[in-house]
Write a protein that binds this ligand. Structure first.
Ligand code: ATP
Length: 288
């Protein structure tokens, strides 16, 4: 028996870090939405009870360090499942990019194994389990557009943004989320207006969405890697309506309301950067 799941990337339309908590995590407010750039997850029942994961991408671990594997292990142990699974990941989302690729794979495995192993777990429970794997996994279980609070695991659904294009560009470097948080000075950093972004989404106002994009972590990564600033500059000059780094970076995205302009930005970045994508927002919840 086989289940196929799509694991879409997310972008942060807004990411505000409020303060560092006593447990070491940062309290955040993030407005996230899924985009049509996705890994494909294939789950094959293994009646011997074993768990395994494989991907052709050399940056993705083929063992228990893989977040997809950890999702399977968590479900198997928690629900005392006798069967196993062979997980295959077709990796299309750039790795260590600020696009939550690993988290989305883990979420897709939770959704897919719920079916494959016939567990009957609710989506809310799956999201709670996801939080044990990583801060972005809960959001990825639901997909769509949401406000995430706490360390990212408290999810409130939001309306999908109005249809638009997203051009993503990732410089060759990878960024460690941990390093970025370690270097963050919360008092001095920029703090985006989360309420303004939420309001803009509720009003379906593309111009206001563009006006409210912001990311507390962007200044840190810009200071570490000048390529990120160069990509931002390129996108602005090519006419993007909004430009922002996603998550802890280094991927930068543009929001654009028409395809000709999006194509122009895509073309201008292509000669400058290896990994460039022009995609649509998904926006709505994608759970099959
Ligand atoms: P986030 O936006 O949630 O911070 P990210 O996009 O920056 O995530 P990932 O692509 O999820 O980062 O990968 C971060 C690290 O996690 C990688 O360097 C990789 O070694 C490890 N990893 C574990 N499982 C996976 C997976 N299924 N896909 C990609 N990376 C994985």
């Amino acid at each position: 028996m086989q289940i196929l799941e799509k694991a879409p990337a997310k972008i942060n339309l807004s990411l505000n870090v409020l303060y560092k908590r006593e447990d070491g995590f940062h309290e955040v407010e993030m407005v996230m939405t899924t985009v049509d750039l996705a890994d494909r997850i294939e789950l094959n029942l293994d009646v011997s009870g074993q768990l395994s994961v494989e991907s052709e991408n050399r940056f993705v671990p083929n063992d228990e360090r893989n977040l997809a594997y950890r999702a399977a292990k968590l479900l198997k142990d928690r629900y005392d499942v006798k069967e196993g699974v062979r997980i295959h990941i077709e990796k299309n989302i750039p790795v260590a990019a600020g696009l939550a690729g690993g988290s989305s794979d883990a979420a897709a495995v939770l959704r897919g194994l719920n079916q494959l192993w016939n567990l009957g777990i609710s989506v809310d429970e799956l999201a709670e389990l996801g939080a044990e794997i990583g801060s972005d996994v809960s959001f990825c279980v639901y997909g769509g557009t949401a406000l995430a609070k706490g360390r990212g695991e408290k999810i409130e659904a939001l309306p999908a943004p109005p249809p638009c294009w997203v051009v993503l560009a990732k410089p060759t470097l990878g960024v460690s989320t941990q390093t970025v948080y370690q270097r963050l000075n919360v008092e001095k950093a920029h703090h985006p207006n989360t309420a303004g972004m939420v309001q803009a989404l509720k009003q379906q106002d593309f111009h206001e969405i563009c006006r409210h994009v912001g990311n507390t972590l962007e200044g840190v990564t810009l200071g570490l890697h000048e390529e990120v600033g160069q990509i931002k500059e390129h996108m602005h000059q090519a006419g993007a309506d909004a430009v922002l780094m996603s998550g802890s970076g280094p991927t930068v995205f543009s929001l654009v309301d028409n395809s000709a302009k999006a194509q122009r930005i895509f073309n201008s970045l292509k000669g400058f950067c290896d990994e460039v994508y022009m995609v649509r927002m998904l926006g709505y919840q994608e759970t099959t």
